[in-house]
Design a protein around this ligand. Structure first.
Ligand SMILES: Nc1ncnc2c1ncn2[C@@H]1O[C@H](COP(=O)(O)OP(=O)(O)OP(=O)(O)O)[C@@H](O)[C@H]1O
Length: 313
């Protein structure tokens, strides 16, 4: 199936010379939930803003269901709903007027039944006549979602949907996103939280310093995340892994000084205690143990330390 959204070689250098995106290629599948994960300043918002026509790319092309996002801006934009990080509503307007107005902006005929259902789905119906400035922060977030969905988009972008919201709103958001997906809406969300990606996404992309480092099925990613290695530093080197240890996934490293055990950290039984007991039974002495993280975790650690550096600067 044709991807609903295709980015080819998309780059962005802001005035002043900062390169926020470096030739990003990405296909988004119809109907999927895609989580874009990355630290502050990675380029997530820039990428979304380019697709939504808010920021002009320095290079590359974006195709929204076959419509070029620049040449065919109106058609492309009409297919997209955007829930931005920052509040972007008229504070003096009422909830229902905001939703109606936004629908008209995209050239859709009025549909009161749709707007009513939308506000009910977002638990905003009782507040429909309230001015936005009178609402709590969580309610304002819901209004942003109502606004983004008012013109029945096929693709919904959520930029950090749950940053700074309480647990119950976060759960509600996740449920709502699940329902939208059941209706066939393609969802792309950005997040700092790996748990959020884990909970919701079909696929995950990791972005750092303007580069898309990887794109993977969530299940494959989680399997990788669960993989760990433990090195057992032996007192005396071994020539080969003893047959008596064949039930563990072991290899010898460092000229026989290290026995490396690869295991699944998410499994109920890692096999570590029994392995260590068995080594004792066989009289194989060890002086230390070292565990190492999988490569994806390394990427995350890298990302986070980069963010820390930025924050420290
Ligand atoms: N209008 C702009 N002019 C100049 N530089 C900008 C502009 N907007 C963003 N940047 C820079 O581009 C980089 C990417 O920013 P962007 O907002 O896309 O990151 P992000 O991944 O969305 O981060 P966050 O999680 O903090 O929202 C940052 O270094 C930022 O300072």
């Amino acid at each position: 199936m044709e991807p609903i959204l295709r980015l080819s070689g998309v780059s962005k250098t802001y005035d002043g010379g900062h390169q926020a995106l470096k030739s990003v290629d990405l296909d988004i599948r119809r109907g999927e939930i895609f989580a874009l994960l990355g630290p502050n300043g990675a380029g997530k918002t820039t990428m979304i803003s380019i697709v939504c026509g808010i920021v002009t790319p320095s290079g590359g092309t974006i195709s929204v269901d076959g419509h070029d996002a620049i040449r065919d801006y109106r058609k492309a934009r009409r297919m997209i709903g955007l829930v931005p990080q920052e509040l972007s509503v008229d504070m003096f307007e009422t909830v229902i007027a905001t939703a109606r107005f936004s629908r008209r902006l995209f050239g859709r005929a009025p549909d009161e039944a749709y707007i009513e259902q939308l506000l009910k789905d977002l638990s905003l119906w009782d507040k429909r006549k309230s001015k936005i400035m009178e609402l709590s922060g969580g309610m304002k977030r819901r209004v942003l979602i109502a606004k983004a969905l008012s013109h029945e988009p096929d693709i919904l972008f959520l930029d950090e949907p749950t940053a700074g919201v309480d647990v119950s709103l976060r759960r509600d958001m996740w449920k709502l996103i699940g329902r939208l997906r059941e209706r066939g809406v393609t969802i792309i969300l950005t997040t700092h939280y790996i748990e959020e990606a884990e909970e919701m996404a079909d696929r995950v992309g990791v972005i750092a310093k303007g580069e898309l480092l990887l794109v993977e099925e969530k299940t494959a990613l989680m399997a990788k995340l669960g993989k760990r290695e433990m090195d057992i530093l032996l007192v005396e080197p071994l020539n080969a892994v003893p047959d008596a240890l064949s039930e563990w996934n072991l290899s010898l490293e460092d000229e026989g000084h290290r026995l490396r055990y690869a295991f699944d950290a998410t499994a109920e039984h890692t096999g570590i205690p029994s392995l260590l007991r068995k080594l004792g039974d066989l009289g194989i002495a060890f002086k230390d143990l070292e565990t190492s993280k999988s490569s994806l975790e390394d990427i995350f650690v890298d990302l986070v330390s980069h963010r820390d550096e930025e924050q420290a600067a």
